[in-house]
Each structure stands twice: as structure tokens, then as C-alpha cells.
Design a protein around this ligand. Structure first.
Ligand code: HEC
Length: 108
């Protein structure tokens, strides 16, 4: 009990399961794409910038940090082509992975 309280108050966020986040299968596989390719630079559940801006609520805002509209086409474009220090993922991700990733980003 004491230890659980300590952990809960700790800064390090405990990782939630896909079920706790309410992810459907497509969103869950998109989460795995994110973990593998994006999480080294982007936070998903905290507003804090890391190597790149936080992607928390990326589709809930009207614009991405650059001022580009936050819609499917523009977000896909950033991922496919990259942007300044962000690498391009056009070759690393197939269409299915890209679709799954987008579905996941919509849950943030
Ligand atoms: C090596 C680090 C790195 C990785 C890996 C990375 N990004 Fe980024 N990302 C960045 C940086 C840096 C920026 C800010 C670019 C800029 O200066 O506009 C950025 C910006 C973005 C933006 C906002 C673009 C805008 O117009 O403001 C989105 C959306 C994004 N990344 C999504 C992703 C996704 C999804 C992945 C995984 C497929 C990913 N990034 C992987 C570093 C990274």
C-alpha cells in the first residue's frame, strides 16, 4: 500500500495497457508503430517536449507546432517526408502501419 502510493506519486508515469487506454486493435497496433519509431523523440501522454514536440492531443488541436493544420493529410506528409531534424518514415512504414499509426495518433 505504502509502496503503491509512493509509485503513484512518482514522476515516472506508469505505462497503461492498451485496454486501459481503450484502444481498438488498429489503434493498438498503431501504438506499437509509435513506440518503435516515434517514442524516441515524442511524448504521447505528456505535454513535455522531448527531442521533438509532444504529440499529446495532436489531432485535438487545430494546428501542429509548426502552424501546419493538424489534419490527416498534413500529418501523414510530415511522417512520410520528415521535417527539419525529424527523419522521413516514407520508406520505413508500409500503408497499413501508416494507417494504424494515424488511428492511434487520433486517440492522443
Ligand atoms: C529523431 C527524432 C524524431 C523521430 C524519431 C520522430 N520525430 Fe517527429 N519531430 C521531430 C522534431 C525535431 C520535430 C520538430 C520539427 C520542426 O522543427 O518543425 C518533429 C515534429 C513532428 C510533428 C509536428 C510537425 C509540425 O508540423 O509541427 C509531428 C506530427 C511528428 N513529428 C510526428 C512524428 C511521428 C508520428 C513519428 C514516428 C513515425 C515521429 N514524429 C518521429 C523529431 C522526431
Amino acid at each position: 500500500m505504502g509502496a503503491a502510493l509512493l509509485l503513484a506519486s512518482c514522476d515516472t508515469q506508469l505505462r497503461k495497457s492498451d485496454a486501459e487506454l481503450g484502444l481498438n486493435p488498429q489503434q493498438a497496433s498503431g501504438r506499437r508503430v509509435f513506440d518503435r519509431h516515434c517514442a524516441t523523440c515524442h511524448e504521447a501522454y505528456r505535454a513535455k517536449a522531448w527531442r521533438g514536440p509532444s504529440l499529446e492531443g495532436v489531432f485535438k488541436k487545430q494546428f501542429m507546432p509548426s502552424g501546419t493544420p493538424a489534419n490527416d493529410d498534413r500529418v501523414r506528409e510530415v511522417i512520410t517526408l520528415g521535417r527539419s531534424k525529424m527523419p522521413a518514415f516514407g520508406r520505413a512504414l508500409d500503408q497499413q502501419q501508416m494507417d494504424d499509426l494515424l488511428a492511434y495518433l487520433h486517440t492522443l
